[in-house]
Structures are given as C-alpha cells and as structure tokens.
Design a protein around this ligand. Structure first.
Ligand code: ZN
Length: 166
C-alpha cells in the first residue's frame, strides 16, 4: 500500500533542476497538487510526507522549504505549526475533510502525546523556542529540549505515533 502510494506520487511528478518533484496531475488553487488518498482528497505534499516520513500529527502543517507549492519532494518538506504558515498557504486553505480536531491550548504538563509531537516537530526542523512558544509556554526551554532529544520520556517512541494518529 505504501509502495502503491509511492508509485502514484512518483508517476505524477517531474524532477526539476533544483531538485523539486513537481506535481503534474490535478492541482488545487495556488498550485498545490491534490489526489485521492485513504478515501478522500489530500494535498499531494501531505501524502508525500505520510508515505516517506510518517503520519502528520494533529494541528501540524507540512510546509515547503523550497517555497514551491507544487513540489512534493519529502526532502523539501518540514513540519511546522500554524503560526509558521505564512510560508505556506496550504495550511490555511485546508481541503474539506481535512479538518483538525482538538484544542490548540497550551499544555502545561507533558504527556506522551505532546512528547511525540515535540519530537516530530523537532526532528522536522522546528526550533525548541518555536515549539515552546506555540505549544508549551508554561514549560522551560530545557524541559522541552530534554523531551525532544529523549533525555526524558525515554519510553515514548515514534512507532506508536504512526498507529495512533488517523
Ligand atoms: Zn521543492
């Protein structure tokens, strides 16, 4: 299934000189690729993230380093918060059916879900400072960093995340 999705993605892209995988099939407004995946419409770059990198946590955006909406190269993508979305319109203009759930209220104490989210953000390229500002203003920088690098919450691992989120 992952293989099949990967084929569907790759067969609809062309490689450009700057390494972008440009989507050549259906596009939404602003040039974002779209395709059907798991029974609904998805942005192609979000599917690419799921296929090559893993599940996207709730309330998290997949953003472009290359500022090319039609690009789905996973190397050019990173996870970010809604507040980082000035770079990327696909965060705001979400497709119908991709609504997020849950609150975005800051969490004062860490739990397993927030630790996983911190790690995904951190290894997706977000700074500890940005994670703190967005999600954990009540925690210290050191506390967030320790959770991010696995100094604390050692028993929490990434693999569970993949089955836990939709
Ligand atoms: Zn690109």
């Amino acid at each position: 299934m992952q293989r099949e999705a990967s084929y569907r993605l790759l067969s609809r892209t062309v490689l450009t000189s700057n390494g972008c995988w440009m989507w050549t099939a259906a596009k939404a407004g602003r040039g974002y690729g779209v395709l059907r995946f798991r029974g609904r419409q998805w942005y192609a770059h979000r599917v690419s993230w799921v296929v090559y990198r893993g599940e996207i946590p709730q309330n998290i955006c997949v953003l472009h380093r290359c500022d090319t909406p039609g690009c789905i190269n996973p190397e050019h993508l990173f996870l970010g918060s809604y507040q980082d979305n000035s770079r990327d319109a696909s965060c705001k203009g979400r497709l119908p059916g991709n609504r997020t759930h849950g609150s975005q209220k800051p969490i004062a104490k860490l739990d397993e879900t927030s630790v996983r989210r911190i790690r995904l953000l951190y290894y997706g390229g977000a700074s500890i400072r940005a994670i703190q500002r967005q999600y954990h203003p009540a925690l210290t920088w050191e506390g967030i960093k320790a959770a991010a690098i696995g100094k604390t919450w050692r028993h929490v691992n990434f693999d569970e995340e993949r089955t836990a989120t939709r």
